[in-house]
Design a protein around this ligand. Structure first.
Ligand code: TEU
Length: 514
């Protein structure tokens, strides 16, 4: 299960088929021909189950039903079957660490039903634990005079994985979705399941491996691609997650310098980037989950370089960034809009933000005395809503996403599907070529090594050598004699130009990797 390409869809913002302002499953079906053009193997949909949507579906109130805002179970089955006809698998987003406080289990618990009280984690007095969204991780329930744990929003109660009944319920649910036909899994904040909040342990608690193995063994085993979302781990502990009876792989985000706490982290240096790539790529055990963008991150070209100057500038940055994945082993995750170069939502004002993490942070910063302009600048750089604006299908008002005002404001962007595909320097076309190239040449990959020279990266893998210029400054380089295999510039030059990447293929005897 290596070298697969996974296209991540944020259904709420992909395509609204019934003009209620919210994207939906029939919308994904409508756009399926477009999805196919990229040549991906999977589509991963972020959660589509019933939810009050306080965290856009990561707060599930019913594990067995599709939220009506997204459509019906029949729509979902239809999507799976259409995808299957094109050889594309559907990946399901499993939120196993917490559920919505509207879920029946929590509602029963707060009525004092002992069986369900034990589904959650309680404390008489809160300790110092903080939620990822900037507040205390504990909230009080009057009726039972205790505090429940929530490592995310207050309406996302953490499940008590130490209770075997909880684990069993979750496995049954997973098997239900396998029966429906899903063939891949993304496991939300999976490293948190075995937390020991009493000891301030959240990530990879002492029973983590045991629970994860039990989960995998009782559900998808090694039959399907599975990817865990983990924020603080390295190749040295990857086997906790991907060992025998573990997951296929896990996201790590360290190349993006995206480590908690997120606010104000600088762009990773090119030297550090080379180190991080070597660390992951040279580890025998790792099948890396290669990722540049997702629904929790700002757009990478915006985060690293700010607003683009024009379409061509955006094209160069986006294709150069994607080249960071090109000679790396693993599976590549592409987030909707990345393939057409959507940028951060620079047109947002503070009132336009919807995301719970963003709005909490705005309040906290105001309380610290920060002024709104300063807060807005930060949000233009890092807010999760930067990635959640409606997909831009056309240049028209409404972006071809919906005929009515969307649930979240439209972004003003350098790009849209319509515009990008008609551009001579199309990001989408380059992405498609790069995906195809990697699929055709993966068998010839060998030893990986990245080195940095100023803002230039040199990556060698087997008989391929790639130069990447991460800056807008031209740099002199020694042109190899080898043939160019793929590049984001048409003509060769004596200099390595702004955001240029070039892969050279040595005309040597290849040894095909079995
Ligand atoms: O994200 C996990 C997570 O740790 C995020 O809080 C992340 O740190 C943050 O978004 C960075 O800005 C997952 C989901 O991907 C996210 O959308 C959910 O909000 C979160 O879990 C809770 O389910």
């Amino acid at each position: 299960m290596e070298n697969k390409f996974i296209y991540q869809i944020y259904p709420k913002s992909f395509k609204d088929s019934n003009n209620d302002g919210v994207g939906d499953i029939p919308g994904i079906i409508e756009k399926f021909d477009y999805i196919k053009t990229l040549g991906v193997d999977y589509i991963w949909l972020t959660p589509i189950l019933c939810s009050p949507q306080n965290d856009n579906g990561y707060d599930i109130s019913d594990y067995f039903s599709i939220d009506p805002i997204f459509g019906t179970i029949d729509d979902y089955k239809k999507l799976i079957s259409i995808a299957k006809q094109s050889g594309i698998k559907v990946m399901f987003d499993l939120v196993l660490n917490h559920i919505s406080t509207e879920h029946m289990w929590f509602q029963e618990a707060i009525k004092g039903n002992d069986e369900y009280i034990d589904y959650f984690i309680w404390k008489e007095q809160p300790n110092e634990l903080m939620s990822a969204f900037g507040t205390s991780a504990w909230s009080y329930i009057d009726a039972i005079d205790m505090y429940y744990l929530h490592l995310f929003g207050a309406t996302q109660a953490d499940l008590n994985w130490h209770n075997p009944k909880v684990r069993k319920e979750l496995y049954e649910m997973i098997n239900y979705w396998i029966e429906i036909g899903v063939e891949g899994f993304r496991l939300d904040v999976i490293d948190l399941i075995a937390k020991e909040p009493e000891y301030m342990i959240t990530s990879r608690g002492p029973k983590f491996v045991e629970y994860l193995e039990e989960l995998v063994t009782n559900t998808f085993k090694d039959k399907y691609l599975s990817v865990g979302e983990c924020w603080n781990f390295g190749p040295e502990n990857t086997l906790d997650i991907t060992g025998e009876n573990g997951l296929t792989q896990a996201f790590h985000f360290s190349h993006l310098n995206w480590i908690h706490p997120k606010w104000g982290t600088p762009k990773i240096s090119t030297t550090e980037l080379a180190n991080v790539m070597n660390k992951w790529q040279q580890s025998e055990e790792v099948i890396e989950a290669l990722v540049l963008n997702n629904h929790d991150l700002p757009r990478l070209q915006s985060y690293w370089y700010g607003p683009s100057r024009n379409n061509y500038d955006n094209y160069l940055k986006c294709t150069m960034l994607f080249s960071l994945n090109l000679l790396s082993k693993g599976n590549t995750y592409i987030y909707q809009g990345e393939e057409i170069g959507l940028e951060n939502a620079y047109n947002f004002s503070l009132n336009d933000y919807d995301d719970v993490e963003t709005t909490n942070k705005v309040e906290l910063m105001r309380a610290e005395g920060k002024n709104d302009q300063e807060i807005l600048e930060l949000m233009h750089t890092v807010s999760r809503d930067n990635a959640r604006i409606p997909m831009r299908w056309t240049e028209e008002q409404g972006s071809g996403f919906s005929m009515v005002s969307p649930w979240i404001k439209e972004g003003i962007n350098a790009s849209s599907v319509e515009k990008d595909l008609s551009d001579i320097n199309s990001i989408h076309k380059m992405y498609t070529q790069m995906i195809k190239w990697k699929k055709n040449n993966y068998h010839y990959f060998g030893e990986f090594k990245a080195e940095s020279f100023g803002e230039t990266l040199k990556i060698v893998n087997g008989n391929f050598m790639m130069l990447i210029n991460l800056s807008s400054e031209e740099v002199a380089y020694l042109k190899p004699n080898d043939e160019i295999a793929i590049s984001n510039y048409n003509q060769e030059s004596d200099k390595l130009r702004a955001y240029e990447f070039i892969v050279y293929e040595r005309q040597k005897t290849f040894t095909r990797k079995s």
